[in-house]
Design a protein around this ligand. Structure first.
Ligand code: SF4
Length: 328
């Protein structure tokens, strides 16, 4: 059981986390969608797969993953001998929730002539039922290696699948899942913002629906959006993904203005991921102190889930622990 929050009063959380990081020989990972305080104390900040690969290449005994559960599972799949802790085990993902493993297995059985290309945003159990895992940055390269007449199920993100269908001319069968954050952007509010900043390019994540992507100057993974924002000559950039990524943009280019794309009423918080927000400095401290909650995977599931991940790495020409693997 985690300690009650009141016992943490008066603690210098950053100093305590640093102390525990050393004592536990832990590496702290922060996804780009975490709050700035967590990003700033992490050993690595990045996309999910890239983070897990970087952690696997360290000699740390413990991985503290400030992200969501499926990301921490990937860390465990790649680093079975390390203890992986997640500050809040309830930090899930609407894409993972949309695709229960039993239903996915039934869907696959109903389409025996299809292979399953599955986005990394899913549970280890769904990965175990998949043929190839993809990230938003590796999917196109992997699709280019599959025959055009190959029948494919793409799960669980229908928007991402539709984007790759459009880009590659395929007709993949799409699982009807979606990210609640990227679905929350409003086309009307985006166009109002664009009218205010007509010279600002729009960079969007392909988890957004087509009505947002149609207005984008750049569509790519979180990492690709970050790179675009930094390389662009534009002084103002509209960012259509979870807005905590703007922290890294602002740090690298403080002279530029980065504006998060608006949700339905123009100023709601619906474009912030509620699952990512479950991780806090307090919970990270408690997790390192108590060494829980831990990610545990049975070995059969871990090995079965690793197979399609390895397939992706092989087809994308990438190796765990070396260079940027790309991410969601
Ligand atoms: S932003 Fe969307 S895809 Fe990412 S963790 Fe949150 S709900 Fe899942």
């Amino acid at each position: 059981m985690n300690a009650p929050a009141k016992s943490l009063k008066g603690l210098d959380l950053k100093a305590e986390i640093d102390k525990l990081r050393k004592e536990r020989n832990a590496v702290i990972l922060a996804h780009y969608y975490q709050t700035p305080d967590i990003q700033d104390l992490a050993d690595f900040v990045g996309d999910s797969l890239d983070l897990s690969a970087k952690a696997a290449a360290t000699d740390a005994d413990v991985i503290a993953f400030c992200g969501v559960r499926f990301m921490a599972e990937v860390a465990k799949i790649l680093s079975p001998d390390k203890t992986v802790i997640l500050p809040d085990m309830n930090a899930g993902c609407s894409l993972e929730d949309s695709c229960p493993p039993e239903e996915f297995a039934k869907f696959r059985a109903a389409h025996p002539d299809h292979i399953a290309l599955t986005y990394i945003n899913c549970s280890a159990a769904v990965k175990a039922h998949s043929d190839i895992i993809v990230t938003s940055s590796s999917a196109e390269k992997i699709l280019a290696q599959l025959p055009m007449d190959q029948k494919i199920i793409f799960a669980p993100d229908k928007n991402l699948g539709a984007w790759f269908n459009r880009k590659t001319g395929r007709d993949m069968l799409l699982w009807p899942g979606a990210c609640i954050v990227h679905e929350a952007f409003s086309e009307t509010e985006l166009l109002k913002l664009k009218a205010q900043y007509p010279d600002a390019p729009i960079a969007a994540h392909p988890e957004c629906p087509a009505f947002i992507l149609d207005h984008a100057d750049e569509v790519g993974s979180t990492r690709a959006i970050l790179d675009f924002a930094l390389k662009s000559d534009a002084e103002t950039i509209i960012v259509a993904t979870e807005p905590h990524i703007i922290h890294q943009m602002q740090k690298a280019a403080p002279h530029k203005l980065f504006i998060g794309a608006p949700g339905a009423d123009g100023n709601c918080n619906c474009n912030m991921c509620p699952y990512m927000a479950m991780n806090t400095m307090e919970k990270l401290y408690v997790a390192l102190r108590d060494m829980e909650p831990r990610i545990e995977l049975d070995e059969a599931t871990r090995i079965a889930a690793k197979k399609p991940l390895d397939r992706m790495l092989e087809m994308a020409g990438r190796t765990v622990g070396k260079g940027d693997l790309g991410g969601r």
